[in-house]
Design a protein around this ligand. Structure first.
Ligand code: FEO
Ligand code: CA
Ligand code: CA
Ligand code: CA
Length: 676
């Protein structure tokens, strides 16, 4: 076991107190610079953003709901330079919309249509991924480079190509792509990952809701589908009768809108878009240094509600491991292990997506089983080793026909092998020093997991007296971490514990609430973003900080969402604990787990966001002196004529105008490493 050297031993900033101010609040001695915002023009000389709902050209602007982000350095000549901390491109996901602010008076007929084509097009193009050049010129400091040759928008309309075992199979064939190879765009891009060969792994999370189906049974949709197809569609929640924003109701004839209608209406799957949902739920690899490259969907990594895809530490001659959460209640944690062993000379290859082909198109996908004794098993999702999924409810027994079937229907395969259902698995992160892998479990409710459904990895259930949507269950979430056996990326067993439990520190209603001994300086709810600082500066001279970002409904009565810095220990540094769970009406249940206790010295609130935002997306320059943070959906509960936040205008004292998701650059006034 590697011993963690903590240097310095304590965090170097004063905790930001709870607050509900409409700004990004950072500790004394730090500064905030607003970078890319919703609507900012980045390509094709798009006009400046009016921010009154009249803007168009979103394929040339920063999208909405900025989410995960990664910095890719550039040298003075504009070429890849992994060590650059003053010039680079930031790749950011654009997950979803605050649709009320995108049109002059809000959207027209947004729930079931008919939608005006101009509105629908704008909403579609505001999703996806952006690539934007940033430069720090020293004076005045950080600035966006509009119309850089590297700037790019990838939208739901951008051509992509499928790779891996599902490529070319019937699952991916539609009227627009009868080869099962080509696809169009990406949607609901949430968390991410990046590779050491300098590509971005952008992950499709809540894609299922965008598709229209016919669940009335009156149309041909159900009749034209097999029982297997219907089981798969139900399992993934492709069950909407309109699709998010009802895009398919916009004028027919244009594939941009028609493709969101996944009803089986024609004689065969190559005559309609019934298989279009199979083309989403993947990890998409993007080369941020080549704006003309066609992004590749990596089907070997499985299809799910992908939150993120984070690489484990790499060792020359060992396989690559990628850790992934499937964010929905009672879904699973996954690991992909490449067939190819890591060759460090691939890190600087010129054809980056070809390196991706080598490591990401062939390998083994596993689902995690967390045992009560603190051990765990990676269960292979390999055709021939996965049993049939038993009949459940209205589903018939599901027999997997091929490896492609397992990858398209990853959730069904994980059900079949008996993986451990979790309290909404969000981000994964790898401690660069210990190699341990962390997983945020944001929360769960009684519908997702009843009192009798606890286990060692999801051990807590109580009644939050002030909770809202997730009142009963595990409203504040927790974080598990694991260590591979012998620190091997390809290990099939691991040990694990619970690192931290979210809580409101003032809630003493039950002994199972504040299990990590949180105080007002570090209490939080619903951990989501999780990221370890880069170790390249100064190399090996400090313990990597762990950064946590929250997305909670149960704690926003007390404070806006927040970001914390932590100096975590390692698996097993706590002890075995037993708690008594109760929800006030049912017989109390005991749960036992292994868990560490946080202290004020190793966990501290660094930042709070503006009103109604979620903190999501974090990276730094390699020198650690600039931290980039995503502020997502400020003012999400407001209206076009009554915005409930005015951020980012409010950051500099202007309390008017519609709110915009944006990236901020945070620097320490003395030029030091952020957080230390
Ligand atoms: Fe898009 Fe699970 O967060
Ligand atoms: Ca998230
Ligand atoms: Ca979340
Ligand atoms: Ca959000």
């Amino acid at each position: 076991v590697t011993t963690v050297v903590v240097n310095p031993a304590t965090l170097g900033f004063a905790a930001v107190p709870h607050n509900k101010n409409d700004i990004v609040t950072v500790p004394a001695g730090y500064s905030v610079t607003v970078m890319t915002r919703l609507g900012d023009p980045i390509v094709n000389n798009a006009p400046n953003y009016a921010n009154d709902g009249t803007d168009t050209d979103f394929a040339s602007r920063i999208g909405d709901h900025g989410d995960a982000l990664t910095w890719y350095g550039l040298n003075a000549a504009g070429a890849r330079d992994d060590n650059s901390s003053t010039r680079g491109v930031l790749v950011q996901n654009h997950e979803n919309l605050n649709v009320q602010y995108l049109h002059p008076n809000g959207p027209t007929n947004v729930s079931s249509g008919p939608r005006p084509a101009g509105e629908a097009r704008k909403e579609i193009e505001a999703h996806g991924v952006s690539v934007t050049e940033f430069r720090d010129s020293g004076n005045p400091g950080w600035a966006v480079v509009p119309n850089s040759a590297l700037n790019r928008r990838i939208t739901p309309n951008t051509p992509v190509v499928f790779h891996g075992p599902v490529r070319g199979t019937d699952f991916l064939k539609t009227v627009a792509a009868t080869d099962g190879i080509n696809g169009t765009g990406t949607i609901n891009n949430c968390a991410n990952g990046h590779t050491v060969w300098a590509t971005n792994l952008t992950c499709e999370e809540n894609w299922a809701g965008y598709f229209r189906r016919d669940n009335s049974g009156a149309g041909t949709d159900n009749a034209n589908r097999s029982a297997r197809e219907l089981t798969a569609l139900r399992r993934y929640g492709v069950t909407s009768n309109s699709g998010n924003y009802a895009w398919s109701s916009a004028p027919s004839g244009d594939q941009m809108f028609r493709r969101w209608d996944a009803r089986a209406t024609a004689a065969s799957a190559t005559q309609d878009y019934r298989n279009e949902p199979n083309k989403f739920g993947w990890v998409l690899e993007v080369d941020p240094y080549n704006p003309n490259s066609v992004p590749r969907k990596r089907t070997a990594l499985g299809r799910m509600g992908h939150e993120g895809a984070w690489l484990g530490n790499l060792t020359s001659g060992k396989k690559i491991a990628i850790y992934m959460g499937d964010d929905s209640r009672r879904e699973y944690m996954y690991k992909f292990v490449s067939n190819a062993a890591w060759n460090p000379s691939d890190a600087q290859a010129a054809d980056r997506l070809a390196v991706g082909d080598k490591y990401l198109d062939a390998g083994t996908l596993y689902a995690a089983k967390f045992n009560a004794d603190g051990t765990g098993t990676w269960l292979p999702l390999v055709h021939g080793q996965v049993p049939n999924r038993p009949a459940t409810g209205t589903d018939e027994e599901y027999v997997f026909a091929s490896q492609a079937d397992i990858l398209v229907n990853t959730r069904l395969a994980a059900d079949a092998v008996g993986a451990t259902p979790m309290d909404r698995p969000e981000w994964t992160g790898t401690n660069p020093v210990t190699g341990e892998v962390y997983l945020t479990l944001t929360n769960n409710n009684a519908a997702g997991r009843p009192l009798t459904g606890t286990d060692a990895a999801n051990p807590r259930h109580y009644n939050d007296p002030k909770g809202t949507s997730n009142q009963l269950g595990n409203p504040n979430g927790h974080i598990v971490r694991l260590r591979e056996k012998d620190n091997e990326s390809a290990a099939t067993t691991f040990t694990w514990d619970i690192y931290l439990f979210g809580a409101d520190s003032t809630d003493a209603s039950a002994q199972n609430v504040n299990l990590s001994g949180l105080t007002t300086a570090n209490d939080f709810s619903s951990p989501d973003g999780l990221w370890f600082s880069r170790t390249t500066n100064p190399a090996g001279q400090h313990h990597p900080l762990m950064w946590l970002q929250t997305d909670d409904g149960a704690f926003t009565d007390r404070t806006n969402n927040q970001m914390l810095a932590a100096l975590p220990g390692q698996v097993g540094d706590g002890g075995a604990r037993t708690i008594t769970n109760t929800n006030g009406t049912q017989t109390a249940q005991q749960a036992t787990f292994v868990g560490a206790a946080a202290t004020a010295a190793t966990l501290r609130r660094f930042l709070t966001g503006p009103l109604e935002c979620e903190l999501t997306g974090v990276d730094s320059t390699p020198d650690g002196r600039t931290l980039f943070v995503g502020i997502q959906h400020p003012g999400e509960n407001g209206e076009a004529d009554a915005p409930s936040s005015h951020w980012p205008q409010s950051q500099t004292g202007t309390n008017s105008g519609r709110p915009r998701s944006a990236v901020v650059a945070i620097t320490k006034n003395d030029g030091g490493i952020v957080g230390l």
